[in-house]
Design a protein around this ligand. Structure first.
Ligand SMILES: Nc1ncnc2c1ncn2[C@@H]1O[C@H](COP(=O)(O)OP(=O)(O)OP(=O)(O)O)[C@@H](O)[C@H]1O
Ligand SMILES: [Mg+2]
Length: 855
């Protein structure tokens, strides 16, 4: 372990050196500041692209050179059909053929990340900046990709970002992690990953490119894109975005920019950079900026060693196993060509992987940059995972009848724990229906809590005769299978009404709805709870539906999967707001979401509203069920394995853009677009949901909305501008996250950089493998857009700091790349269709040829 650790360490060092080790940089002599003079994607001259050097390292580069990925791929290829990702098995014509051919042409891994790291790390920033700006100032504008580059507007220079922005304490941002911006993947573990058990574990086959290393450079967006200004009031001034360019990061010595790319873009326009109120300025320890600290401060994540190298380390190692890996994968993909997608059971934890134990090392906190999801400890989506002790959980008041003792921590070892049933039936005071749902976790954990962790000091001890021996098996009040005693107790109790309310609330809050084992067991609830006149929202839900299980919860709501009581094959999702509305004003606001979603019915990429109703101040929305959960789960799960192939990233962009186009054309703005609000259907297509922040467009004056800070557009924070370009920005960030496989920052430097048009913390988005320029395979379309840098260009366009410089959704969908993808996509966005999509779309080749001729 130690020797391999020392072998790999330099790679980790290089990545961090680039970003933060300013002292190191000053020691290195200036190297060639080849600033990739022609990084722009020019379909007319593909050779130009291939001759330019890679600006950002591409994680699409062959992973076969990565030992851990080799292992993973090989293991995956021998999985039995049931464990192989269903989405990789979709019968799409020629996928396996294409894979085989590509694999057979792959003999080596030419792309080594060490080179760009070494170069970038050793290049003094002063030299780079001065040269790139000077060079850019005299550079001709890049060739436009659009056939009609009218209404050209400059984009902000990515290199002049002002990071010293005023801190606005008033910003109410949801997530505050002061260290998020200083996490770094350099030292995170990605190796030794077993094969996937995920339903999404499609982990696209990682083919080895035969291209020249870094053949296609990242392309900055040409500054000549049509403007988004039609969405903005003519009086809209961006002056408040501007910030004097005297910020420290414009100083060459302190610049965090590491790569010498996009010089033309940076110099073509010199509009002042954006000044943004940051959600929360992190104050990292000084040691955070000293890479190579031999004695880093201990962190809770110090278990990982360097030989658990991140996914993009040391790409050139272990090239000997390429052929094996390829062939093994292909044998997998051809073994089960007709496998069908299993019906995911949301009550199962589809997302459990063995990666939960992966921890970043302490040095992960010693530099900036965007953290790769592949290296990140996995987020837990398992609803039945017990709450960590530190979580500010607020159990139901029914567990704490004695308010004064609420502070006492529950004692798991308390003998009276076992008597939860009798405890609940001892005539506690009637709880309020307004109890908090915000922190109680549903599912098994809640049940465990109910059974084993009632606060001992709060328990009103029953008379001695009723005390139960600690060793007596627990009687679970919700064990209705053996619940005759429980029900008898309920009905004979003098406090029958109170108990019913207690049980109803418990059910509502945590215990029953979220416990799949109970909810799926076809057990009926006590008759009092299924009466015709429901007393609680949970009663109401049970009167309407069967088999209720928790699907997920957002900040404001809980979403349950339900079955139609008559036709059990009909399943829906029911979204219940967590709290009652407090008055007519709030009710109107809540009903707004319903009305927006109703107005947007009937589109393939919008979650369909089926019904809505109110009960006792609670709002319910019945929507179509999206069996494969939300996109953020998919990205999380997939990201643990590898980056998505570029074709699927494009498909995500296309499907979301189509949904967003519908929203915008109907004169609404979503204002909370993010992967968590994108649902995945059984077929793997994407649907935009959660219109809780949506508004009619133009947005009424004085409206306040604040979406998730990771995805929020800069102008919303700085200028309260709620407009269509804000949705474009959120879409761009979503695609950026999907393509780069990084953990988005929620504040700090990286957050600011992303909103200044500087994507240099992330790897190149476009793939370097599978490009038609680099493969001679007959299955690779002649004019494939994959690997050409178009993804970087379009994403950068969407992330333009100035809203008016962003494309409209129509413009996104009109790009040649999207048109090409449209012709070749046959399956849902998350379904793997090969690196270039369906080969049965020759018209796409023709289209690109025609387009190239016309450009
Ligand atoms: N139609 C659906 N099918 C399947 N799962 C769903 C559906 N709608 C929502 N969910 C699940 O419920 C979660 C929360 O839903 P939703 O985003 O609508 O709630 P929210 O409270 O408005 O969230 P937030 O405001 O935090 O974005 C989603 O992330 C998803 O996991
Ligand atoms: Mg949501």
């Amino acid at each position: 372990m130690s020797s391999s650790s020392s072998n790999r360490r330099p790679y980790a060092l290089r990545r961090s050196q680039r970003s933060m080790n300013l002292n190191q940089e000053t020691f290195f002599p200036p190297s060639s500041t080849s600033t990739n003079a022609s990084p722009f994607y020019s379909p007319q001259s593909p050779s130009a692209a291939s001759s330019s050097s890679t600006a950002r390292p591409s994680l699409h580069s062959s992973p076969f050179s990565h030992p851990s990925q080799n292992t993973s791929t090989m293991k995956r290829s021998y999985l039995p059909p049931s464990t192989v990702s269903p989405f990789a098995q979709t019968a799409v014509p020629s996928v396996s053929d294409s894979s085989t051919t590509l694999a057979s042409t792959s003999t080596s891994s030419p792309f080594s990340l060490s080179s760009p790291y070494k170069f970038s790390g050793s290049a003094p920033k002063r030299t780079y900046f001065s040269s790139s700006l000077a060079k850019g100032a005299s550079s001709p504008p890049p060739p436009s990709l659009l056939s009609s580059p009218a209404n050209l507007s400059p984009s902000s220079p990515p290199f002049l970002s002002p990071y010293r922005t005023p801190y606005t304490p008033a910003q109410k941002l949801r997530k505050k992690d002061p260290f998020s911006s200083i996490k770094h993947p350099s030292n995170m573990s990605a190796s030794s990953r077993p094969s996937s058990f995920s339903p999404f574990a499609t982990s696209s086959p990682q083919f080895v490119s035969t291209s020249t290393p870094g053949a296609t450079a990242a392309a900055p967006p040409p500054p000549r894109f049509p403007s988004h200004s039609q969405h903005l009031p003519s009086s809209s001034s961006s002056s408040s975005f501007f910030f004097p360019s005297s910020h420290a990061f414009t100083s060459p010595q302190k610049s965090p920019h590491r790569f010498s790319f996009r010089p033309a873009s940076s110099s073509a326009t010199h509009s002042p950079p954006v000044s943004l109120p940051t959600p929360k300025r992190p104050t990292p320890r000084s040691s955070s900026f000293l890479f190579g600290n031999s004695n880093p401060a201990p962190t809770p994540f110090s278990s990982l060693k360097h030989n658990d190298s991140p996914n993009f380390h040391n790409q050139s190692r272990d090239s000997s196993s390429h052929t094996d890996s390829n062939s093994s994968f292909n044998s997998t993909s051809t073994l089960f060509p007709n496998a069908t997608l299993p019906i995911p059971n949301p009550s199962h934890n589809l997302f459990t992987t063995p990666f939960q134990q992966v921890k970043p090392s302490s040095q992960a906190f010693l530099s900036t940059g965007l953290l790769s999801k592949q290296s990140r400890p996995r987020k837990t989506f398992n609803l039945s995972t017990p709450l960590p002790p530190s979580t500010p959980s607020k159990p139901s008041s029914i567990f704490r009848p004695n308010i004064n003792s609420a502070d006492s921590p529950p004692s798991p070892s308390t003998p009276s724990n076992s008597n939860s049933a009798s405890f609940f039936l001892q005539g506690q005071s009637t709880p309020t229906h307004q109890s908090s749902f915000s922190s109680a976790k549903l599912g098994k954990s809640s049940m465990d809590f109910l059974r084993f962790e009632p606060p001992s000091s709060t328990v009103k001890q029953p008379p001695d005769s009723q005390l139960i021996d600690p060793s007596t098996p627990t009687r679970n009040p919700f064990d209705f299978e053996n619940s005759s005693m429980c029900l008898d107790d309920i009905h004979s109790s003098a406090q029958h009404r109170n108990n019913c309310e207690i049980l109803a609330e418990m059910e509502e809050e945590s215990a029953i709805l979220g416990n799949p084992s109970i909810a799926n067991s076809n057990l009926s609830f006590p008759s009092a709870l299924t009466s015709k006149s429901p007393e609680s929202p949970a009663d109401d839900l049970h009167n309407r539906f069967r088999n209720i299980t928790l699907l997920g919860r957002g900040e404001f709501s809980e979403v349950f999967q339900v079955e139609d009581p008559l036709e059990r094959s009909l399943k829906y999702a029911v979204k219940k707001l967590k709290v009652k509305y407090s008055g007519p004003k709030e009710r109107n606001r809540l009903l707004h979401e319903v009305s927006v979603q109703r107005a947007l019915k009937g589109h393939d990429h919008i979650v369909e509203l089926i019904d809505s109703w109110e009960f006792n101040g609670y709002l319910f929305m019945q929507v179509e069920l999206c069996e494969n959960g939300s996109l953020d789960r998919f990205l999380e799960e997939q990201g643990q394995l590898s980056r998505l192939d570029e074709f699927r990233v494009w498909k995500i962009l296309v499907e979301l853009a189509l949904g967003l186009q519908y929203i915008h054309h109907k004169n609404f703005v979503h204002l909370d677009l993010k992967p968590a609000n994108v649902m995945i259907t059984f077929e793997g297509t994407l649907k935009i949901g959660d219109f809780g922040m949506a508004s009619v467009w133009p947005v009424p004056r004085g409206m306040e909305r604040e979406g998730d800070c990771e995805y929020i557009a800069p102008e919303i924070l700085s200028n309260h501008m709620y407009d269509k370009p804000a949705d474009i920005f959120s879409l761009g960030i979503t695609v950026f996250e999907a393509a780069a496989n990084i953990v988005l920052p929620d504040n700090g430097q990286s957050w600011q950089k992303l909103r200044s048009g500087d994507l240099s913390d992330a790897p190149r988005l476009s793939s370097t493998e599978g490009s038609s320029n680099t493969s001679s395979s007959r299955d690779v379309p002649l004019n494939s857009i994959i690997g050409q840098g178009g993804l970087d260009r379009v994403v950068q366009w969407m992330l333009a700091p100035e809203p008016r410089n962003r494309p409209t959704v129509d413009q996104i969908l009109a790009t040649p790349e999207v048109s090409w993808i449209e012709l070749r996509r046959k399956a849902g966005a998350i379904i793997y269709e090969g690196l270039h999509g369906s080969s049965s779309a020759p018209q796409s080749d023709q289209m690109m040829e025609d387009w190239q001729v016309n450009v």
